[in-house]
Design a protein around this ligand. Structure first.
Ligand code: ADP
Ligand code: MG
Length: 362
């Protein structure tokens, strides 16, 4: 099911007389293609959950429209939208078994959708198999691990065979290893079922690793949408550049003069066609080339071995981060010394306006 968001807006009224209203989601227009997994990504408070709740029907937009396929569902109640929703805290019913929890959404189906008990159990087992918990059906939630509980919540969201699956930070309560494993599972289930899925997270790595497309939000406003790799390679502004990537992009004060980019006194790159101005420079960690004659000379702080690669940690007066991290292939021999010199890969260097942090292309 294709999902279309058109100028979707949510304004919360102020809670006190002086307070300002909160524009939680501001003019969000986007088409989610049928059968894809979309990662909705941004820092806490940027409007991800609010967007999800409007799509689910739990919250009413202040403006704009939502379409499922060609149908305008903006005024349709949550029960009638055919969405499955999974929250960060699994919200299972503690007194019910796993089977009863999964079957629960089926019990209120009415009219021609009404199911017999046998049909409900069958559907519950199908959903449970999908998330591989069909051998735990008689347990209570308290007898399950966090990862298993989250699978029950996903099975419960899938049991009604939703047209759209909405996941709100579903992995946040899991430990690191389970998080990795469960996100792969979610990807597998999504591919197997072909259900259009929106996956909300503040974790860029999580979103990048499983999404067909990502949407990056900041303060209620969509900054950029696209394939994860495209957004990483070609961010439209400094916020997006900084939000994606581990280790994060290295940021410097710089200036453009006579078609050259300077960091400190060193001309590090040609930037033909860019007007003279002060700029912010972003360099991806993989954008540095060890080069004794390279123009960017940094003070060496240390070398961290990471197996295939090493991370060279250094500092520079113009750096806006406490340290610069470059990722270098471990085959390179790095001479211990006071300084480390780099030349740069042009396509890994980005410059941004000092005024509005937008990208300046060269
Ligand atoms: P996220 O899920 O990205 O962390 P939310 O969508 O929960 O962000 O919140 C977006 C903004 O809207 C925040 O500033 C939050 O404080 C505000 N907000 C969310 N829900 C309400 C509400 N019910 N009443 C008032 N403000 C709200
Ligand atoms: Mg949230």
């Amino acid at each position: 099911m294709k999902v279309v968001l058109q100028n979707l807006t949510k304004i919360f009224p102020s809670r006190n007389k002086k307070g300002e209203e909160v524009v939680a989601v501001n003019d969000f227009t986007f088409t989610i293609p049928d059968g894809k997994l979309i990662g909705l990504l941004g820092p806490s408070g940027c409007g991800k959950s609010t967007t999800l709740y409007m799509i689910s029907g739990l919250q009413k937009p202040s403006g704009g429209q939502i379409f499922f396929g060609d149908d305008d569902v903006t005024e349709l109640s949550a029960e009638n939208r055919g969405v499955g929703l999974v929250f960060q805290n699994y919200a299972l019913y503690p007194h019910m078994t796993v089977k009863q929890n999964i079957m629960f959404p089926l019990q209120n189906l009415k009219g021609e959708d009404k199911l017999t008990k046998t049909e409900m159990i069958e559907r519950a087992y199908t959903a449970a198999k999908l998330v591989q918990i069909d051998d735990l059906m008689d347990r209570k939630p308290s007898e399950l691990s966090g990862g298993q509980q989250q699978r029950v919540a996903i099975a419960r969201a899938l049991v009604k065979m939703p047209k759209v699956l909405l996941l709100d930070e579903p992995l946040s309560n899991l430990d690191a290893r389970l998080r990795l494993q469960t996100r792969e599972e979610i990807r597998r289930i999504q591919k197997e079922t072909g259900i259009t899925t929106i996956f909300v997270t503040h974790d860029q790595e999580e979103a990048m690793s499983i999404s067909d497309m990502i949407v990056v939000m900041k303060l209620g406003v969509v900054q950029q949408t696209g394939k994860p790799q495209d957004v990483y390679d070609d961010p439209v502004n400094l916020f997006v550049a900084k939000f994606l990537g581990t280790p994060p992009i290295n940021v410097f004060n710089g200036k453009v003069a006579d078609g050259k980019l300077y960091i400190g006194d060193a001309a590090v790159l040609d930037t033909p066609g860019v007007a003279d101005q002060e700029v912010t420079v972003g360099i991806r960690p993989e954008g540095f080339i060890l080069d004794d004659n390279g123009p960017l000379v940094c003070k060496l702080s240390g070398i961290e071995v990471m197996g295939r690669d090493v991370s060279v940690v250094s500092t520079h007066e113009a750096s806006l981060n406490p340290v610069i991290r470059s990722i270098i292939n471990a085959d390179n021999k790095i001479a211990a010394g006071e300084t480390v010199s780099y030349s740069l890969k042009a396509h890994k260097v980005m410059i941004f306006s000092k005024e509005d942090e937008s990208r300046i292309y060269f």
